[in-house]
Design a protein around this ligand. Structure first.
Ligand SMILES: *Cc1c(COP(=O)(O)O)cnc(C)c1O
Length: 372
């Protein structure tokens, strides 16, 4: 028998979460963001659940090729544009939309020989200072692009740094929305501003705060059921369903006496007689090593916690709440448990000092993945 760990991808949940993005932005079209191999699960495995999107956004050219190989004929957007001039040949051949965020990318386009003019999305750096033209240079970049025979349509795009919260006494996105509106005033073209956090918090029926015009929203983490503004809100609040379950089984149990320790470094010492279970899941599976004692876990659908350090192939859990647990008992590390139980990935991530995004992306290649 293979090691009992496995990941499940829930096609229905992906479709449900995508519908949630549509409900938040009923007038917009939706890019399903599938960069980083669909945030871990795998583009091919997520495709069935996400194919109702209007387009797919990603940043790896090889991933764009894989989508075309799945026979996706609709729009595909390269979120960082091309990395070198010859990438433009693939854009022409696969009919890819691409972001233009710097002068070099315009130079490369101007030198590119193609019969098929490209759809580009000109990116404004509205304050995040990662990619994009600063407001003072934006219009000039648009004028340059607009004069190129290689360019057919120009859409306008920016990205928020703080759509998930208010910080530094500022409303998370207001200053960036203002910068975008100022820089793009009277320019034609479709607009795309919102990631998941902005789609959930700023496009739906929000009583206060800036309204974002959205011809296209970019739904990443929410498509997978991760909550961008956890713990202020949780998945139940936004009606998102986990698209990934990581589960395994107990491969051993131990009965501890007071003073007995668990695992490397003896970081956990029992204060009372207790039973623990040893789970076939470790950091080589993508479970975070820095998850401390007390990280939530489900054993046979019953909530418990980890004890001691996570090792490469195993971790230990407290069986006090589940006295009937034994070798073979099902353990849910995150996602859907038995009998309708659920453990949000956001809770595990928070305990480990990270975000659900990182846990999903870290799923290790050795874990078998099944589409459910
Ligand atoms: C990754 C990414 C997104 C999606 O972000 P989520 O927070 O996962 O919704 C949107 N836009 C750009 C430019 C991105 O790189």
């Amino acid at each position: 028998m293979p090691r009992p760990i496995e990941a499940l991808i829930h096609t229905d949940a992906l479709a449900h979460n995508l519908a949630r993005a549509r409900a938040c932005a009923p007038d917009a079209r939706v890019w399903a963001v599938v960069k980083a191999n669909a945030y871990g699960p795998g583009i091919e495995r997520a495709y069935e659940g996400l194919r109702g999107a209007d387009g797919f956004a990603l940043l790896d050219l090889a991933e764009a090729e894989r989508l075309r190989a799945l026979d996706w004929r609709g729009p595909i957007l390269l979120l960082e544009g091309v990395f070198e001039p010859r990438d433009l040949e693939l854009c022409s051949r696969l009919n890819l939309w691409h972001v233009v965020h710097c002068e070099q990318q315009i130079d490369w386009l101007a030198a590119h020989k193609t019969h098929q003019p490209h759809h580009v999305m000109l990116k404004l750096n509205s304050g995040m200072n990662r990619l994009g033209f600063r407001p003072a240079a934006f219009r000039q970049a648009w004028v340059r692009l607009n004069a190129l025979p290689q360019v057919d349509e120009i859409s306008l795009v920016t990205h928020f740094s703080d759509a998930d919260a208010d910080r530094f006494g500022r409303d998370g996105i207001a200053h960036q929305v203002a910068a975008f509106e100022e820089a793009t005033r009277d320019l034609p073209g479709e607009r795309s501003l919102a990631n998941s956090a902005a789609t959930l918090r700023h496009l739906a029926d929000v009583p206060h705060g800036p309204r974002v015009r959205a011809d296209w929203v970019r739904a990443g983490i929410m498509s997978y059921g991760g909550v961008p503004d956890f713990p202020e809100h949780d998945a139940a609040h936004w009606d998102l369903r986990p698209a990934m379950t990581l589960r395994s089984r107990l491969i051993a149990t131990q009965s501890l006496e007071p003073g007995d320790s668990v695992g490397y470094g003896s970081s956990y010492v029992a204060q009372r007689p207790m039973r623990i279970g040893v789970v076939a899941c470790g950091y080589a599976d993508g479970y975070p090593r820095h998850a401390p004692t007390g990280t939530p876990v489900l054993v046979e659908g019953v909530r418990s916690t980890t004890v001691g350090r996570v090792s490469m192939d195993m971790l230990a859990v407290d069986l006090t709440p589940v006295p009937a647990a034994q070798v073979g008992s099902e353990v849910t590390l995150w996602g859907e448990g038995p009998r309708g139980t659920r453990l949000p990935i956001d809770e595990v991530a928070r305990s480990a000092g990270t975000i659900g995004y990182e846990l999903m992306c870290a799923l290790a290649p050795r874990v078998p993945v099944h589409v459910a």
